[in-house]
Design a protein around this ligand. Structure first.
Ligand SMILES: Nc1nc2c(ncn2[C@@H]2O[C@H](COP(=O)(O)OP(=O)(O)OP(=O)(O)O)[C@@H](O)[C@H]2O)c(=O)[nH]1
Ligand SMILES: [Mg+2]
Length: 327
């Protein structure tokens, strides 16, 4: 590894925020040596508690994150926050909103904030978020919080990389319960009905509880549903108790869980496969002749895909021979 990178890793491990930010950018941008960085730091990761926060747009996720991050910070924990900027046009303005609310906590020495764009990271967002979590973990953050807007599959995948997932909704969101129903219910460890200073929070709590009753097999596994207000601070103590319990449990538990590790290896493979397909099999006009065959009626997409797959096998064989040490 380049000496420059080794020094950057060393400095990030010794609490330099500048080095930490640089290291994250290096890996995020997939600059030369990024994978070596990840391989080097891996052994020193797995200690942090990763809390994923998602839910309907405008539910108050950032306000809540700000609130509990500050309280955790007051308890002496070091914290990393990853705000995943939604690229969906429906959530316009969120980026600015996040920054403004986050600014108030940026005075905390022990809270490190990082934004990540979903744009241009199609398919790779999940892995990129995991990498950032891991770098923060390596840098010694006790807790890493990832906030995403739970509208797309990408975002759901991102929070599923967390150890603990908080789903946030609110009264008056109209479709807020609907938004939770849409495939994210299963990943929630905690359901938060925020803005309980407004009318209608109790109704949402009972609706969510009823849904959970129906969809959860054993009563013991039903996740808690709580009411909070980032304004009046109602319910924040209860939220803190629940989070503290999780943090204690995680600290005693194993560094990594098999399911997470499995998911991660698959996700790395997927990302690499997609890039091989894009760059070497179908990229650079490599596929044009085959497309003509389909258009002229001489072939069909299925046969062409089969043929291209063979090309992949050839690439693989050549690389195996070249490396020699491939296992
Ligand atoms: N009444 C009330 N308003 C709140 C509460 N929490 C947040 N808000 C307001 O709701 C709006 C959205 O808050 P955010 O914290 O940005 O919500 P978010 O879920 O992070 O929003 P996105 O990231 O854009 O999806 C802001 O105007 C907040 O001031 C609350 O507990 N009560
Ligand atoms: Mg937000």
């Amino acid at each position: 590894m380049e000496e420059k990178l080794a020094l950057m890793i060393e400095a990030a491990g010794e609490n330099s925020e500048r080095a930490l930010a640089k290291l994250i950018s290096h890996v995020e941008d997939r600059k030369t040596g990024w994978k070596d960085i990840m391989k080097t730091i891996y052994a020193k990761t797995g200690r942090t508690c990763v809390i994923g926060v998602t839910g309907s747009p405008g539910a108050g996720k950032s306000s809540l994150v700000g609130e509990f991050a500050k309280r955790l910070g007051d308890r002496g924990y070091t914290i990393g926050i990853i705000a995943v900027d939604p690229s969906s046009p429906f959530s316009g303005g969120a980026v600015l909103g996040d920054r403004i609310r986050m600014r108030d906590i940026s005075t905390y020495q022990n809270i490190f904030i990082r934004s990540m764009a979903t744009r241009g990271m199609l398919g790779g967002l999940c892995q990129a978020a995991r990498d950032v979590v891991r770098i923060m973990d390596f840098a010694g953050k006790d807790i890493v919080i990832i906030e995403t807007v739970g509208v797309g599959q990408d975002e759901i995948e991102v929070v599923s990389a967390a150890d603990y997932v908080m789903l946030v909704t609110y009264p008056g969101g109209g479709d807020s319960v609907q938004a939770i129903k849409a495939g994210v219910m299963e990943i929630g460890d905690l359901f938060v009905v925020n803005k309980c200073d407004r009318e209608g929070a109790d109704i949402i709590v009972s609706e969510i509880s009823a849904m959970l009753d129906l969809s959860t097999e054993t009563a013991a596994k039903i996740p808690p549903v709580i009411k909070t207000s980032a304004f009046t601070k109602e319910g924040i103590d209860e939220l803190m108790d629940i989070l503290s319990e999780f943090i204690q449990k995680k600290k005693k538990g194993p560094h990594y869980q098999k399911d997470h590790v499995r998911q991660e290896v698959i996700s790395i493979l997927e990302t690499e496969m997609v890039s091989i397909i894009k760059e070497r099999i179908t990229g650079n006009g490599n596929m044009e002749k085959e497309l003509e065959l389909i258009l002229s009626g001489k072939s069909d997409p299925y046969s062409i895909a089969d043929k291209l797959m063979k090309r992949f096998t050839v690439i693989k064989n050549v690389e195996e021979k070249r490396k020699g040490d491939f296992q």
